[in-house]
Ligand binder design. Structure first.
Ligand code: ATP
Ligand code: ZN
Length: 226
């Protein structure tokens, strides 16, 4: 699959990054015919195929060379990089551009009634998150002994459910936290969407030439919006 002559780009199938990523591809002149149920979408005017997957899968697809490019949030990218490093798996990729969408922060939030005087308040506590590697790195950097409890969904209800004392989750407006009686305390990671490419030198000359033609157009689209 990775050897196909057509450039393969992974995008989130449906979620917060999907529309902006597709819109950006269209804005740089790539005509796409997307059928909602299908995993693959072809461009009708460039040798490009889209692979539409869960965002969690995108860093690995790029790092394993299954696809050539991917649109992904830095939070997910950094988490998967730490996970692979801890398993001694190669985590090679190149960030081509930081993009102007997908902005969010990974924050520690605690129940309103909990007294919080900084990260040391979490000593000995359990913190629910979908990003255990980023959270554990933060604990380590701050010399805190606390436990990351991995949950893939409904992280914000964990304290009320008695599963954890606090949470570490993505925030953009804070409305979800407030609705769940939580207060945002520490930002541990700030994220935007990025366009990543397989490890340096891994693309054929033809594909690299195409990428080199596309990236300046992305710059043009972003500048035009500023
Ligand atoms: P998938 O089904 O693809 O796994 P998901 O539920 O993991 O979807 P989304 O909620 O669509 O993912 O979020 C995808 C990315 O969008 C996040 O990883 C993050 O980079 C970005 N993002 C921007 N704002 C927010 C936000 N308020 N909450 C969550 N993610 C956000
Ligand atoms: Zn996901």
């Amino acid at each position: 699959m990775g050897d196909s002559k057509r450039l393969r780009i992974a995008v989130q199938k449906s979620g917060r990054l999907s529309d902006d990523s597709i819109a950006l591809l269209k804005a740089i002149g790539i005509k796409l015919y997307i059928r909602d149920r299908l995993l693959i979408a072809h461009s009708t005017n460039e040798p490009i195929d889209l692979l539409r997957v869960r965002d969690d899968d995108i860093p690995g697809l790029v790092m394993d060379g299954i696809v050539d490019l991917g649109f992904i949030g830095e939070n997910e990218l950094e988490e998967k990089m730490l996970e692979r490093q801890s398993a001694n798996k190669a985590a090679d990729f190149e960030v081509l551009r930081r993009l102007d969408y997908g902005g969010c922060r990974l924050s520690i939030a605690v129940p309103q009634e909990m007294k919080y005087d900084g990260i040391q308040s979490l000593e000995g506590k359990k913190v629910a998150t979908t990003y255990p590697y980023l959270l554990e790195r933060y604990f380590k950097e701050n010399n805190i002994n606390a436990r990351a409890v991995m949950l893939t969904g409904s992280v914000e209800v964990a304290p009320r459910a008695g599963v954890a004392d606090a949470i570490c989750d993505l925030v953009s407006t804070g409305a979800t936290l407030e609705a769940n009686g939580l207060v945002e305390e520490d930002v541990i990671f700030r994220s935007k969407a990025v366009l990543i490419q397989r490890a340096d030198g891994a693309l054929s000359d033809e594909k690299q030439a195409l990428v080199n033609r596309l990236v300046p157009r992305i710059d043009g689209v972003i500048q035009a919006k500023e």
